[in-house]
Ligand binder design. Sequence first.
Ligand SMILES: Cc1cc2nc3c(=O)[nH]c(=O)nc-3n(C[C@H](O)[C@H](O)[C@H](O)COP(=O)(O)OP(=O)(O)OC[C@H]3O[C@@H](n4cnc5c(N)ncnc54)[C@H](O)[C@@H]3O)c2cc1C
Length: 431
Amino acid sequence: MAGFGAAHRLHGEGITPVMYDKNTYHGGHTASFRYEGGFLFDIGPHISYTKDPRIQNLFADSVDQQYETLQIYLDNYWRGHRPQHPVQLHLHGLPEDVIIKVISGFVEDRQAADKPINNYADWLLASFGKAFAELFPMQYTRKYHTTTAENMTTDWLGPRVYRPNLEEVLQGALSSSAPQKHYITHFRYPSYGGFVSYLTKFVPLGNIHFNHQLCSIDPRAQSLTFTNGLVTGYDTLISSVPLPTLMPMIQGVPQDVLDASRRLACSTCVVVNIGVNRQDLSKAHVTYFYDEDICFTRLGYPHMLAASNAPEGTGSIQAEVYFSRKYKPFTGTPEDCIDPVIADLRRCGILRDDDQILCRKAMLLPYANIIFDHDRAAALETVHGYLDDIGIDYCGRYGDWGYLWTDESFKSGESAVERALSRRRHTATAV
Ligand SMILES: Cc1cc2nc3c(=O)[nH]c(=O)nc-3n(C[C@H](O)[C@H](O)[C@H](O)COP(=O)(O)OP(=O)(O)OC[C@H]3O[C@@H](n4cnc5c(N)ncnc54)[C@H](O)[C@@H]3O)c2cc1C
């Protein structure tokens, strides 16, 4: 996404960039694959909910206006209950003692004097009260971010976690028809070819070399070395390679910068893809799982996004199981996760005993979601400062090292070009 954002911006200047990708396919984290039996899966659930009309139009043009627009339905799984999302607005149906504890905690906390917010746990306690914070988001944080809320900052939140008022909490506790309040209401998804189709029209904008894994950068000589032996020069270098992978490649990188890049935390995800011989697997497009004895954190259902994602009459499930190098290292192979995922899908009642599994695949994403722990800001400043000094432009989710969605990653690539162009204009003027 970031690479093609950069190529798109350069195309506007009449420049065709040379692009290198270690993979044999384009799309990075937004690639899509069709497996045995005709099941299509993206790399982790990918839907487009950008509200930026320019990006909406670019993506729509890339698929010749052939996309689905769906009203999102999200729900949660907590100890056998399936409240709608966000739970804080949909307590109806949860055990009575839980609802009482949650609402009294919510009221008590609203009456308490303002306390300083030093971490995400403080923010959750102040926003929802102790009972709700501990039963739901703190538990989810341990599964999704693989660390505790105390160990996280709040600068990633934005509109991601909804903070309700008392009336909204009460309404959702008393009625099952409380309105959905999520920062996403609708989303788009290509009708054919999976999420990666949104990139189709951008591919020709760059001169792409696949199967080129960068392994060394000499910023003084302005040269790049790849594992296949190619050594080549560059004029301007824009990188969307994840920072912890990028920094050790740079010749002459100071030790403190290298150490800082090692402190950057990111989750690792094993994505387990399952094809099933029926479609009615879920009402929700995505379900969030809180219970720590269930191995997956989220489930998505690709067949609900576009009919072409699964053969007629069949359905598909995509489970995300989270680890992280820093807090919960993954050992073993992605395939090791398949049986535990299937067992937990049965335990939760999502798969039935008589369901036929038509496809089972697993994939490891070494870089998934940036973890906003207390080390991040200072470490990132050191790493970015050094890259600025040596004139390497960074972009994308793993170059900016932020919680970027696809549209933001695309725009981050455009911004990196903008910075590079303005530097060149500035140099030209100075000369
Ligand atoms: C599980 C999951 C679900 C997500 N769901 C959504 C969603 O629903 N909607 C949404 O908008 N966003 C979603 N995102 C975010 C989205 O995936 C990212 O914003 C976007 O894909 C990041 O694009 P990028 O170009 O910055 O990074 P990448 O896609 O990682 O691109 C980096 C590129 O660099 C290449 N590369 C890396 N190292 C080297 C090397 N040494 N040499 C050569 N090439 C190299 C890679 O092969 C890759 O092509 C999700 C992310 C995850 C992990």
